[in-house]
Write a new protein. Structure first.
Length: 200
C-alpha cells in the first residue's frame, strides 16, 4: 500500500516539478532556460500518459531515473553547473539523458510490438533503441548550434565538445540497448511486458 502511494505521488510530483521550472523560466523571461525546462517537462509526462491512457505502470525506479536525468540537464544549465564543473557535469548529463531516452525507446518498442501489426525481434529492438536515441542526440546538437548562431548563446564550446557529447550519448543508449537485448534473449517479450508494464 505504501509503495503504491509513493508510485502515485511520483507520477504527479515529477511533472509538477518540471512544470515549475518551465513556468519560472517564463516568469523571469529567460527563454534559454525555457527551452531546457520544456525539454525536461515533456519526458516526465510519458509515464503519466502511459498510466492514464493504457493503464500501465513503468517501474517507479525507471520513472524516477527518467525525470532525474532530464531535470539534471535543466539544473545544470540554469545554475551554471555545466560550466562550473565542465566537462564532467555536462558529460554525465549526456550519459544519463541518453540512457533515459533509450529506456523510453525500449519500453515503447515493447508496447508497439504487443499492439502493432509490425513485430520486432531482439536485434531490431536493440537497433531501434540506439538509432532513435542517437537521432534525438543529433537533433539536440543541431538545436544547440542554431541557438548559438541565431540567439547568441554559448552552448557548444567546440567541435570536440560536440563530438564527445555524441560519444557519451552513444555509450548511454548502447548500454541500455545491450541490457535490453540480453534480457530479451533470456525471457520472452510477453514476460517482460507482464513484469514491467503490468496493468495497474
Amino acid at each position: 500500500m505504501l509503495k503504491k502511494k509513493f508510485e502515485n505521488y511520483l507520477y504527479y510530483a515529477l511533472p509538477a516539478i518540471a512544470l515549475y521550472f518551465l513556468l519560472h523560466s517564463l516568469y523571469i523571461k529567460d527563454y534559454n532556460y525555457t527551452t531546457f525546462a520544456l525539454l525536461a517537462f515533456v519526458p516526465t509526462l510519458v509515464p503519466f500518459a502511459l498510466k492514464r491512457k493504457f493503464k500501465m505502470n513503468l517501474p517507479w525506479l525507471v520513472t524516477l531515473f527518467i525525470a532525474v536525468a532530464f531535470l539534471f540537464h535543466v539544473v545544470g544549465n540554469v545554475f551554471g553547473y555545466n560550466r562550473l564543473f565542465y566537462p564532467v557535469y555536462d558529460k554525465i548529463a549526456h550519459l544519463i539523458s541518453s540512457m533515459a531516452i533509450a529506456i523510453l525507446a525500449f519500453f515503447s518498442a515493447i508496447i508497439l510490438d504487443r499492439y502493432a501489426i509490425i513485430k520486432m525481434d531482439s536485434r531490431a529492438i536493440l537497433l531501434s533503441v540506439i538509432n532513435l536515441t542517437m537521432i534525438l542526440g543529433i537533433f539536440w546538437e543541431i538545436g544547440e548550434f542554431l541557438s548559438d548562431h541565431f540567439l547568441g548563446m554559448q552552448t557548444q564550446l567546440s567541435s570536440t565538445d560536440t563530438a564527445w557529447d555524441l560519444i557519451f550519448d552513444l555509450v548511454g543508449c548502447s548500454t541500455v540497448g545491450a541490457i535490453g537485448y540480453i534480457y530479451l534473449k533470456k525471457k520472452p517479450k510477453e514476460d517482460l511486458f507482464m513484469d514491467f508494464l503490468s496493468k495497474s
